[in-house]
Design a binder for this molecule. Sequence first.
Ligand code: NAG
Ligand code: NAG
Ligand code: NAG
Ligand code: NAG
Length: 598
Amino acid sequence: MSPRRFGVFAVGLLLCACGAVFHPTLQRDPTELRVDPGKDGFYWARDNEWSEESWAKIKPSTDLRWVKCYPGGFQCGRLLVPLDYNKPDEDSAAIALVRLPASVPTNSSEYLGPILFNPGGPGGSGVDFVLAVGVRFVSVVGSQFDIVGFDPRGVSRSTPRVSFYKTRIERELWAMSDVEELNHSSITVAGSWARNKITGALAVERDRNVLAHINTDHTARDMLRITEAHGREKLQYWGFSYGTVLGSTFAAMFPDKVHRLVIDGVVDVSDDYYTTKWTTNLRDTDNVLQWFFKDCHKAGPENCAFYEPSVKAMNIKLNDLYSSIIRSPVPAQTSGSYGLVDYARLRFTIFRAFYKPFAIWPMLATGLQDLVQGNGTALFNIQDLPRFQCSCDPLEHAFDNEGDVSTAIACNDGDSIPSDLEEAREHYREVLRVSEWGSIWAGIRMRCGGWSTDIPKTQFRGPIVGNTNHPLLLIGNTADPVTPLWAAHKVSSGFPGSVVLSQDSAGHSSISSPSVCTALAVREYFVNGTLPKAGTYCPIVGTPFVPNLDKSTIVPEVDSGSQTQIPFRQVMEGDGELLKALKELAREFRLGTTPLHV
Ligand SMILES: *[C@@H]1O[C@H](CO)[C@@H](O)[C@H](O)[C@H]1NC(C)=O
Ligand SMILES: *[C@@H]1O[C@H](CO)[C@@H](O)[C@H](O)[C@H]1NC(C)=O
Ligand SMILES: *[C@@H]1O[C@H](CO)[C@@H](O)[C@H](O)[C@H]1NC(C)=O
Ligand SMILES: *[C@@H]1O[C@H](CO)[C@@H](O)[C@H](O)[C@H]1NC(C)=O
């Protein structure tokens, strides 16, 4: 199902005969990294060589020992936790962690402890996330915190891993016949439904007593263990997207263990996620497309290639483009690969761009306009991933982040759903009533139609409410493509004292647009515990097409309607560094896993 399927496989097939090594759980005997107690009481690897394979050499322990790993001051560790918390004396899991340690000694009064991050999915890698943007979070919250990323159980470098396939090539070949846009042809819904029967059967066939323990309940317990391994009793956390499911579930399970908890891009946890409905996510999505057109229109033809004299004209131009692409897909060739821009790819590319306005919208505008003129290269490039390459070394991709675990978490967490095609069609129609983009979204829930009903659902799955030790901070954007602001208010109502901060932007979660106001509110919350006033409405700086607005033109927009705008203050001279970090964050961040996630 990954966009990599657009690559070229014929050559790969011939070369990959060597790749048939089965190691889903990586149970090889690891050669440990040699470690010495360092001056701060941490442990450091003696040699400076670090590669992805080195993870296997860190010996997991219950007391969380850190070794120096990736360049940039990162430390890595593997924490031993029970695979099944109901049977803590039996098998173990090892949670992979990375952190940027605080700049102050842990025994000083300035040290404020670890903040755990989750980038959504389900199934996203927190290690990848912190490696990519952890340093930006230091700019936001301050260097008195450890910035901690972890791969949730089953994901990437945490073992045992979840894998439905014997080899990478097996997964890749199966993914090739998958289509994300269910309106691609008249049989795509039925075809996807049927595919999921096979995927679900493979998952069970290849399971080695791991799947039953891959769920949000257990990952919440792991977060408590990670906190305790830092010598702390209470959690500090910032979770995005699916990370809001994880964070709110933690808060409901352990209300006394909440010190600071930010959930950003909030999912309708109880009534949509845990019921496997996946129906309310798209309430604001159609609005995001209009936001794209409006921003483009305001930016003018010199800044936005897709510009037309009116928003209506842009809507018409896009619809004409759909019709044209359905009739004749456009071939595209880039330096890395080649393929077709067909209706499915066009739609998927636009949908994915909704998540990241500052990173992608100018490119999207150019890609669409070029496509109107018959050139698909720029649009193809937006989703272009490295061509699938075979590897004969089974360790080389041993810790890749695969989509399998995403299905496992979502389907284990949620209620079992009926497995018949007519019900799947009805769900498809229901999501389409919420948004035209339901034709892409409905495929997520459909994966659970093939999921085994033998896996028990005895873990905690709600209600997602709690009287927490410290109130939660929830954040929602005015036009988030997959986590509507409405859901933040809904989840907030289950947590007394919690506050919803709204950010006036399109895009997925607050970090998709630079807002000094939001960043300062988050910093204030983590450092001092202070919550913004209820009804706080934060402006962003610049627009996706004109990010470098002159400071004098930064006039926070007051939306008509019910929201009150109470910006903390105007952007000031001293905010330069923070603003720079926020702009980088908006460009670099990546939430979830490929290809679809919340
Ligand atoms: C903190 O620990 C370091 C190293 O163990 C020690 O030298 C220092 O005196 C300690 N500082 C405080 C304030 O306890
Ligand atoms: C599906 O595609 C057809 C064109 O083939 C289009 O007319 C129709 O509006 C699309 N339906 C949805 C729900 O997007
Ligand atoms: C298509 O666009 C690309 C830039 O995205 C450009 O390099 C290429 O020359 C164009 N092809 C044609 C045939 O104009
Ligand atoms: C936290 O509170 C202190 C004292 O009230 C204040 O000086 C400081 O600026 C606050 N820090 C942040 C990040 O808001």
